[in-house]
Design a protein around this ligand. Sequence first.
Ligand SMILES: N[C@@H](CCC(=O)N[C@@H](CS)C(=O)NCC(=O)O)C(=O)O
Length: 494
Amino acid sequence: MRCAVPPCHKKEKPLTATQLNMASIKGPAPAPTSFPGAEKLRIGIVHARWNEECITPLVNGCIKNITAAGVKPENIVVESVPGSWELPFGVSRLISASQVQASSNVSDLMGATSLLDDSKPATPTTTGAKASKAALDAVIGIGVLIKGSTMHFEYISESCCSGLMRIGLDTGVPVILGVLTALTEDQALERSGVGRKGDKGHNHGLDWGSAAVEMALKTNRWAEDGDSIPHSPSVINNASILSLNLTKNHQHPSSPNPFLVMSASPDLTLFYLENSRAFRVAWLLEHLSLPYTLKQFRRIEGKRAEPTLRSESTNPLGKSPYLIDGDVQVGESSAIVKYLITRYASQRQRDDLLGSPSNWSDFTAIESFISFSEGMMIHTLSAIYPRWFSTPEIAKEIEAGLSANIHNNLNFLEQSLSRPNANGFLVAGRLTAADIMCAFTAEYTFHMDTGITSQGKKMEDWPKTVEWLKGLSRLESYQKVLGKGVVHKFTISE
Ligand SMILES: N[C@@H](CCC(=O)N[C@@H](CS)C(=O)NCC(=O)O)C(=O)O
């Protein structure tokens, strides 16, 4: 009878790499050798205290390569936690603490301290140099797990590694996996560069340190401008191109972006009613340089939208703006603005336009203005309805009744724009979604003269607000919308 198993499948002792005269193919491809910009980085290390004989050289290896790359010793923060189970929590809290520190004036929120003894893993020597207060650019979680006789090893390894991975993806701050999951003590010692029988092995901490610097620099660079595709050589060029294309289409915020989806490119159609809030959306689309199709609709006798707006857009409310993006349909200008920024803006643009967790006051101020533009400011817009649908006398009366609120709203804008560091914008001294949302309502108020001259007021009573609108209208993105041939009669210019 013929043997069912071919001879080559006979159970034999496998040959070792040396017997095969073959070097192992495992190991990282050469890492970058120079790290321009590393001197600006702040790197965190959180290490477990279990298996300290390995932990100490691993932490020191990390620090060695981080500083060799150019990171200043005072900008390396080392903290310890009891064991590897606590690593994800420690890393997560350290990232948050650094972000809070970056946005506050507290100087001693995080010191470059390790909870280890001084004789143990070296805390980078602080030579009196001032440590950075910036948020951490990368964090390494270091632990050493050695298999024992129970399931403990399996549970901790799995949870710790996936926990660290999740923090990186959720926060956008690179988290380097510095966890050895060794089956024997010898394996752990070899991978810590200590070894036991003459062969010292290789200290993986060195690689983790380099990886942290590389990932920190790359993440910062990608965040600089989502449109700029890095040109640095990659060992795996095709893979690199693929991943960057995905990044380009969908951007990748460094702070948590629950909406990050690797899918198709934007397929945007904006249903734009002339002289309407749709200007906000078109302006944002231009600001983000997103491609879109603009379908413009007329107002019948300057009032209600022509019925085709409802039928063509399929917006059940029949209002503009309305946005269709593939299978996504969004109404309400504020929702559209947030959707576009969240889905398509680069991290930098997103933090600029909506604010970031590193500055909660700006973040909440922007959010308030977005609500204000369609909340409190609705007084201004509603003043027009009596003019359209009532007698001039009644319209005048209603407008007079609304004017206190209209003035109050304008005073609020004026106050925000009068802050010493306003720089011609409502929040944070830069263009944000607050400006994009509120400008339309303010332009409308002045252009339609709702509650202004009829109430003995004039535009000049709100000089900063007028200057703000003029400044915004000079922006390239604003001008680009006008260049698209949209009808927008409210612009306040020189
Ligand atoms: N809160 C909505 C308001 C939408 C809205 O009322 N749009 C007006 C133009 S500014 C409209 O479509 N009017 C057409 C009509 O009422 O016929 C938003 O912010 O998008």
